[in-house]
Ligand binder design. Structure first.
Ligand SMILES: N[C@@H](CCSC[C@H]1O[C@@H](n2cnc3c(=O)[nH]cnc32)[C@H](O)[C@@H]1O)C(=O)O
Ligand SMILES: [Zn+2]
Length: 441
């Protein structure tokens, strides 16, 4: 067996326990075969081929499932810090969409590379991406070695019928053609931007085609009050009821935000098994509101975490998202015991994998070998009363020492092996500066 052993660390187990165990990975299968003495068959042969294959030193570290960034727009790293301090609608219309109109496929590849570099550096091994030029994004995922659920974002408002239809078709093409790319590490979804930026007939047709193709639906839902009100006024029903009416509320579907959801909508999400991707930093920065995360979880809704794009965050660090989710969840519930540390860690790992329908999220025999090793030897992580508390409240992306996805080492000792970090940063800075010049012309 072509093995990779992660040795000397403490391991965060699916039940929340932390044990001192080595993790043995079958690199060819991309799977964890043993955690300590525990193997998939329950036998005690985990240590049998010690010495063979490659080793990752996790001494003084905590081995965690690779983090899942369940909603982002990776190439928006090029717009990081370009337009801040505005609410969603004017931010999109006045700043972001005009800049995005100038983006070339090369820019998107460059921006996605920067985003993926940042994610690997901070221990993220899987993400969901809604953007355009998605063939380029799939190439980046292929080269960089992580996993993703990708989709072309559809907007039909302000477009004539032909352009609107072409946008829907492109999203369906991406969903059909890219599914299974990068040796199966790329999966896809049909991704209408939201229930207000895509017209009803396009939503109906697109969702029906997505069902036929067997791909899930991902969209922004109930993000701001300004987005909910027009739906209620026009249709006399709330957005999640509208989504259900569109057949867009299935067990494999996942919606970003879910900030302004009432009890009836929470019940519908729970009954349907549709996941919500909570994006606390984006919701705070755009003053969109506070998602009822504890109530969603209490109702049995799968909740994952997302950074959203780098223009509304302004980074792609899921550690920040865990901390923000715990903090904001307490404020929203007016209860310091709401959304505790173990809940946000679950949301960033197993919850994310479940929402995206991707392997990973658990360190146990038989699971996908997607993991990160967090270095606990730092002043801001001393002492270690509770490693789970540190993950939620004190650790940062820069504390990640190694990142592994599908059995392959993507970062060793803080050096990303699959991308040339300096070249990626240089190209991105140049592409961003050229982009702004074109927008200002
Ligand atoms: N094909 C579409 C592109 C849609 S991609 C997805 C879009 O979501 C935008 N976006 C980023 N963050 C948010 C958010 O928080 N809410 C809503 N939209 C966002 C992003 O800028 C991008 O335009 C077109 O022709 O414009
Ligand atoms: Zn978004």
């Amino acid at each position: 067996m072509n093995t990779l052993r992660v040795t000397g660390g403490r391991v965060l187990r699916p039940d929340g326990r932390v044990t001192e165990s080595d993790v043995t990975i079958d690199r060819d299968a991309g799977a964890i075969v043993a955690v300590g003495d525990e193997t998939a068959s329950g036998g005690g042969t985990g240590g049998s081929d010690a010495g063979a294959g490659e080793t990752l030193d996790a001494d003084g570290g905590l081995v965690i499932p690779g983090l899942v960034n369940a909603h982002t727009h990776a190439a928006m790293t090029l717009l990081r810090g370009y337009a801040d301090d505005k609410p969603l609608d004017p931010w999109l219309r006045e700043d972001i969409w005009p800049a995005e109109a100038e983006l070339t496929p090369d820019d998107i590849e460059t921006g996605a590379e920067l985003g993926v570099l940042e994610m690997i550096r901070s221990g993220t091994t899987a993400f969901a991406d809604m953007y355009f030029a998605m063939d380029r994004v799939a190439d980046v995922v292929d080269r960089a070695g992580l996993r993703a659920r990708l989709g072309h974002g559809v907007v039909t408002v302000g477009k004539d019928d032909r352009d609107a239809r072409a946008d829907v078709e492109e999203s369906l093409r991406v969903a059909r053609e890219l599914d299974g790319a990068a040796d199966g590490r790329v999966r896809t979804a049909f991704m209408p931007h939201s229930l207000t930026t895509v017209g009803e007939e396009f939503l109906r047709e697109g969702v029906a085609a997505a069902r036929e193709a067997g791909v899930p639906v991902h969209l922004h839902a109930n993000e701001t009050a300004d987005e909910v009100d027009p739906i209620v006024e026009e249709r006399g029903e709330r957005p999640i009821a509208y989504a259900e009416d569109l057949d867009a509320l299935g067990p494999d579907d996942f919606f970003a935000h879910g900030v302004h959801v009432d009890d009836s909508e929470i019940g519908r999400l729970a009954d349907a098994g549709t996941a919500v991707v909570h994006c606390p930093a984006s919701n705070m920065k755009l003053a969109s509101g506070m998602a009822p995360v504890q109530r969603l979880r209490d109702a049995g809704v799968t909740v994952a975490l997302g950074t959203d794009g780098a223009a509304s965050n302004n980074d792609l660090d899921v550690f920040d998202e865990m901390r923000d989710a715990a903090m904001l969840g307490k404020l929203a519930a007016d209860d310091a015991s709401a959304v505790p540390a173990e809940a946000v860690v679950e949301m960033a790992t197993a919850g994310g994998a479940e929402a995206l329908g991707l392997p990973g999220g658990r360190i146990e025999p038989g699971a996908a070998a997607d993991l990160a090793v967090v270095d606990l030897d730092a002043p801001h992580l001393t002492p270690v009363h509770d490693p789970v508390s540190h993950l939620a409240y004190a650790a940062r992306g820069s504390d990640v020492r190694h990142t592994v996805c599908d059995g392959e080492v993507l970062m060793r000792d803080r050096e990303v092996l699959t991308l040339d970090a300096d070249a990626v940063q240089e190209r991105a800075a140049e592409a961003a500066s050229d982009l702004v010049d074109r927008v200002e012309e």
